[in-house]
Design a protein around this ligand. Structure first.
Ligand SMILES: Cc1cc2nc3c(=O)[nH]c(=O)nc-3n(C[C@H](O)[C@H](O)[C@H](O)COP(=O)(O)OP(=O)(O)OC[C@H]3O[C@@H](n4cnc5c(N)ncnc54)[C@H](O)[C@@H]3O)c2cc1C
Length: 458
C-alpha cells in the first residue's frame, strides 16, 4: 500500500476531526522517527482522546489490514516507534490524564500518555513514590515505559517498570478491549496477561489505561561519586558495597572513555587520575541515610579511590548531572554513535567491560561503557564518524562482537531498550527457533493479521 484511498481518508477524518488527523508530509514528518534517528514516513497520524476512538480505529484497521504504530514521545533508541512499513501512527499523547491516585491502595490509575516525571512529582506531593526511573523520565511516558519495560537508575533496589504494573486496559486489533489485573497488589489467577503487555513494544494492542503500584516515599537520599585508577578497582568498590550488606538505590559506573568525554565537555568534577568512577545513591529515613552514607564511604575506601565526593540536599543532584551529561558529552568524541545496552550477570560486568575494550582496540574505535552496574546493564556507546566508510564498517562489526560477548557471558543483547529495528537482525543470536515460534503464535492470537507495529523482528 503506497497511499490511503479517498474512502480510507474519509473514515479517518470522520473519526479524528480537526487536528487529531495529520496527513500532509510536513505534519507527519516528526512522527516518522524516534531517538534511533531511523526514519520512515507514515501514511497518516491520528491523535485519539479516548478509548472509543482507539477501539473504532483498531476495528477498522483490522478489517482493512492496515499497519498501526503506537507512539508516545518517540524517545525509544531502537526504532520501535518508526513506521517501518506504510501504515498509521497512533500518537497517545492526548490521552494523558492522571485518573486517580489512591494513598490507601497505593496505586495510581493513569492514561498512557502521562509523562513519567509528571507522575513521579504528583505522587511525591502525596508522600508516595513511583520508583521506575529511566534517565528519560523527564520526557518519556508511562505508556512508552510499560511497552518497553523501561529500566533505569533505581532498578538495582526497586526493580524495573514490570514490577509496578498491576493492571491495564488495552484495545486489541478488531476493537475488543482487554482489561487485566487491577488494584490488588497480588493476583495469581490464570496467566499474567498484564505482564505479557509489559515490554511488548506495541505489538499486541494499544494500551489505553494503566494501574500502577506506588510505594511510600523515602524521607531522604544521599549520593557518593568515587573515582578510581582503573575499572577493576571500581568493580572492587561495587563488590565491597554489596559485601557490606548494603543495597543502594542506584549504582552507576563510568569507564575511562566516558570520563574522557565528560572531561572534554567540562562536566566532570573528578581529577585526571580517575580512569573509572562509581556513582551511588542511598535512600531511606534521615537516620538510615546518615548511617548508610558512612558505611558506603567506608566500603568504597576499601578499593582505594583516588577521589570521593558526597552530595546531600542541594549538592546531591549536581553529582547526578554528571551522569545525565554523558549522552550529550559523548558527541565530543565522534559525531555518530551506535548505542547498545547489553546486560550480563552482575558478577561478569568487569569481564564484559574489559571484553568491550578489547573489541574497541581490535577495531581501533572509541567505545564508552557506563550505566547500571547494580543490575549488570551496560550502556555500550560505539563512537564513530559515519562519513568515514572504514570506521563505519568497523563500528558495525564491533556491534555484532559486543552482542556475542554479552551472550557468551550468560547475558542479553538488550537489558532495557529492546530490539526494534536496530537489533532485529541480531535476535536470532539470543532466541532459538522454538522460542521465536512460540512468541509468533502468541502474537497471532492477539493480532491475527499482523497489523500491530510490524517489521520489528518478531
Ligand atoms: C536520553 C535518553 C535516556 C534514556 N534512558 C533510558 C533508561 O534509563 N532506561 C530505559 O529503559 N530507556 C531509556 N531510554 C529509552 C526510552 O526513553 C524508553 O524506551 C522509553 O520507555 C520510551 O518511552 P516513549 O514515551 O518515548 O515511547 P516511544 O519511544 O514513543 O515508544 C516506545 C514503544 O512503546 C510503544 N508504545 C508507546 N505507547 C504505547 C501504547 N499506549 N500502547 C502500546 N504501545 C505503546 C511504541 O509502539 C514503541 O514500541 C532513554 C532514551 C533517551 C533518549
Amino acid at each position: 500500500m503506497e497511499n490511503l484511498t479517498p474512502e480510507q481518508e474519509t473514515f479517518l477524518a470522520d473519526l479524528f476531526p480537526s487536528d487529531a488527523l495529520l496527513l500532509r508530509p510536513e505534519q507527519t514528518a516528526v512522527f516518522s522517527t524516534d531517538a534511533s534517528r531511523l526514519r520512515a514516513a507514515p501514511l497518516a497520524v491520528v491523535r485519539p482522546k479516548n478509548r472509543e476512538q482507539v477501539a473504532e480505529l483498531l476495528h477498522w484497521a483490522h478489517s482493512e489490514r492496515i499497519p498501526i504504530y503506537p507512539r508516545a514521545r518517540g524517545t525509544g533508541t531502537v526504532g520501535n516507534a518508526v513506521p517501518a512499513k506504510p501504515g498509521i501512527v497512533i500518537s497517545m499523547l492526548a490521552m494523558n490524564r492522571i485518573l486517580d491516585i489512591d494513598d490507601r491502595d497505593f496505586v495510581a490509575v493513569v492514561e498512557p500518555g502521562v509523562v513519567t516525571g509528571d507522575l513521579q512529582r504528583t505522587v511525591s506531593e502525596r508522600n508516595m513514590f513511583y520508583p521506575p526511573d529511566p534517565a528519560s523520565s523527564g520526557f518519556s511516558t508511562v505508556g512508552g515505559n510499560v511497552s518497553t519495560c523501561a529500566g533505569g537508575l533505581r532498578a538495582v533496589k526497586y526493580g524495573v517498570t514490570r514490577d509496578y504494573v498491576l493492571g491495564l486496559e488495552a484495545i486489541l486489533p478488531g476493537g475488543r478491549a482487554l482489561r487485566s489485573g487491577g488494584r490488588a497488589h497480588k493476583d495469581v489467577v490464570g496467566l499474567d496477561l498484564t505482564r505479557l503487555f509489559v515490554g511488548s513494544a506495541g505489538k499486541l494492542g494499544v494500551i489505553t489505561e494503566l494501574t500502577l503500584k506506588l510505594l511510600p516515599k523515602p524521607e531522604t537520599t544521599a549520593s557518593v561519586l568515587a573515582g578510581f585508577p582503573d575499572i577493576r578497582r571500581a568493580m572492587d568498590g561495587a563488590a565491597a558495597i554489596f559485601r557490606a550488606g548494603m543495597l543502594p538505590a542506584a549504582l552507576e559506573f563510568m569507564d575511562k572513555a566516558t570520563l574522557t568525554a565528560l572531561d572534554i565537555a567540562g562536566t566532570s568534577p573528578l581529577p585526571k587520575e580517575a580512569q573509572a568512577a562509581l556513582l551511588v545513591r542511598v535512600d531511606g529515613s534521615e537516620a538510615v541515610v546518615n548511617a548508610e552514607t558512612d558505611r558506603l564511604q567506608a566500603a568504597l575506601q576499601k578499593a582505594r579511590p583516588v577521589h570521593l565526593m558526597t552530595g546531600r540536599d542541594e549538592n546531591e543532584e549536581a553529582l547526578w548531572d554528571v551522569r545525565r551529561g554523558i549522552s550529550p558529552a559523548s558527541f565530543h568524541l565522534k559525531p555518530d554513535k551506535l548505542g547498545e545496552d547489553i546486560a550480563v550477570p552482575r558478577g561478569k560486568v568487569a569481564e564484559a567491560v574489559e571484553g568491550v575494550h578489547a573489541i574497541a582496540a581490535k577495531y581501533n574505535l572509541t567505545i564508552m561503557c557506563f550505566g547500571h552496574l547494580g543490575d549488570g546493564n551496560i550502556h555500550v556507546n560505539t563512537m564513530y564518524n559515519a562519513s568515514w566508510p572504514e570506521e563505519a564498517d568497523n563500528a558495525a562489526m564491533a556491534k555484532g562482537e559486543i552482542f556475542r560477548l554479552a551472550l557468551s557471558l550468560g547475558g542479553s543483547i538488550s537489558g532495557e531498550h529492546g530490539t526494534g529495528l536496530t537489533k532485529a537482525a541480531y535476535v536470532d543470536l539470543q532466541l532459538d527457533a522454538d522460542q521465536q515460534a512460540l512468541m509468533a503464535d502468541i502474537k497471532r492470537i492477539f493480532d491475527p493479521h499482523g497489523i500491530m507495529n510490524p517489521g520489528k523482528g518478531w
